[in-house]
Design a protein around this ligand. Sequence first.
Ligand code: MTE
Ligand code: MOS
Length: 753
Amino acid sequence: MKNIDSYTHVRGESIYLDDIPVVNGTLYAAAYDSPVAHGKIISLDISAAAAMPGVVRILTAADIPGENQIGGIIPDEELLAATYVHFCGMPIALVIAETDEAARAALKKIKVVIDPLPVITDPREAKEKNELIIPPRTFLLGDTSTAWEQCDLIIEGRADTNGQEHLYIETQGAYAVPQENGALRIYSSTQGPTAVQRTAARVLGLSMHHIEVDTTRLGGGFGGKEDQATTWGVMVALAAHLLKRPVKYCLHRMEDMRMTGKRHPYSADFKIGLNKELKILAYEVTFYQNAGAAADLSPAVMERTLFHCTNSYFIPHVKATAYSCKTNLPPNTAFRGFGGPQGMFVIEAAIAKAAEQLGVPAATIQAKNLLQTGDAFPYGQLADSEANECWQQADALFNITAQQKAITDFNASTSSYKKGMAIMPICFGISFTKTLMNQARALVHVYTDGSVGISTGAVEMGQGVNTKMLQVAEQIFSIAPSRIKINSTNTYRIANTSPTAASAAADLNGKATEMACHEILLRLKEVAAAELQVAPASIELKNETVYANGIATSLDWKKLVLTAYVQRVNLSAHGHYTPAGIHYDASIEKGHPFTYHVYGTSITSVTIDCLRGTYTVDAVNVVHDFGRSMNTLLDTGQCEGGIVQGIGWMTMEEIVYDTAGKLRSNALSTYKVPDIYSAPKHITIHPLNTTKDNLALLRSKAVGEPPLMYGIGAYFALRNAVKAFNPTADIPFATPLTPEKVLMGLYDGGVIK
Ligand code: MTE
Ligand code: MOS
């Protein structure tokens, strides 16, 4: 089934935040943000700005009726800076004006004097100064201290990954409309409507039941609107609450880039030990996460880095430590993969370095160490592994040896261009790592005309979760999809939602929808059984027709629904789902945090221009573990999008903050994302079809984040291509590997061929 939004998307009719018809009297907000990365506010002069035409009011921390606090995991982040600023881009004041233009014009008249304090941008420096968001955590398996003796090769190194701008097409934004009795409706472009509701209540000093958050869809979130949409939702709520008028704020692109956090940059030190058979026996890694100036989701992101630090390999002795380092950058946040990709890059770097030292292809080491079913992850869960199956199918379909030989032959034939290849196996755990967040609810109404309305906690952000929800109801009721409508995500209809994140939205909300639909179906079957005078168990609904003992009857869906209504049968149900069997004990760092894992193997090949350093990604060929995909179009689309986004992170997307903490890559002229010309020429996604009875929705495994990690293969393929030109090139394990850095690598050591 096509994405149910595709029709309105291509006609430009889909409603995003900025498309919501504005109510008469709507005011516009704009935030004045700190020009300094760290300091004490000495004075704030808003008088000139307040006198500007159209300005209604300028709000500062002193105007907040409740708590000036938006921190989710840790209460360490003010909505508006009161005395200290902790990053460039930290909101200090909020201008409210009659128009968007008037609000932004007034911003320029605000004067602030800030006494500067020392600025830290480097996570290692923050760690040295003990500036940590939370205490460090360590995952242990076996005993690395004794394992080194058994190793024939021990390699140490450092690996760094840079951040990544989310670059959702729709920037952050929110619109608050006052309701009667002091209540508020907030339209928010958020992945987490409940987070907006909870935080608005806290900042305004209201109860959550006063605040309705409504989200139709996002023009992309990618993690950037899991926590950081809250800021803007709460700002407009504050203004609307105080002024008793509707208030809207849609950020301009440069405001969004400057004020919001990104994927966490990481720096890491690794040590890896192998024996003669190329088995990895021991791995030690220390991660320095650049958290930015407040916790945001950093502790959870750091946790997932540890969970995925051994990627899809079994290593008997592991010691992995992570530090969440506080720096004066905007608080970094969730981004597709949620710390997992950063962890995986380091183990791949360690393997690549060991392979180079040994003179064997990295693939030989990778293949020998893939997880087998029953192997333990460092956190104690046992793998139900598809790692070998994915690898072997990829080899069978795409012939690794033949591809490698073709590349070697090509490279021997010319020195103007070089090709490189890399294999990237992935393993990604599905579930929120915080066990309690793994719950979801759905509300299903069947109307008397046979149409169906569904509300869940899932937020549609382009990934197609609404289509999957619709498919669930379509299959259970066996009715035409046109009878089903998926409603906006709304905190009055569905309470206490977990954000749409962790790739788990379809599983959690889909299973809740399944439960609610089954409940209604059961009631309908009883009505049909009584009407037809057969046992309920002999009733079946197929293509809108009621079957009794396998024989079609004259009772159809519409008649059945109406009959049930006349008999005063409840045609609504509320499903509540929590996956069974997950638990985690952080005091020993062991447990079973994931319902299941998603596996896959990609083969990436690239060509570099040895004169210019420019490159193309020729092909990404993948065998991906979809389980049994419930929607091949959507799931393939998620793979393709994830791969291109992952390649962007690894190759061309370069975030630059200067040492004063100012974002230099602050617009699309200086921050490059892949366009259609820099996307791989070919992407082939081959499904590994499995039908294991796992906790995936209709056995169709979660797909949102895992494919991003195939993008990591691009870095290693490029590295191999550079090495084919200049075998002694010293290419740091540091991303992104931009064309400039490729060029430096090609001629490192003065090699000119
Ligand atoms: N796909 C699109 N088109 N837009 C997005 O914002 N976000 C990704 C992924 N795919 C995203 C996307 C992220 S970060 C997550 S966690 C999942 O979708 C969330 O949706 P799911 O749980 O329904 O997979
Ligand atoms: Mo996705 S990073 O879990 O929103």
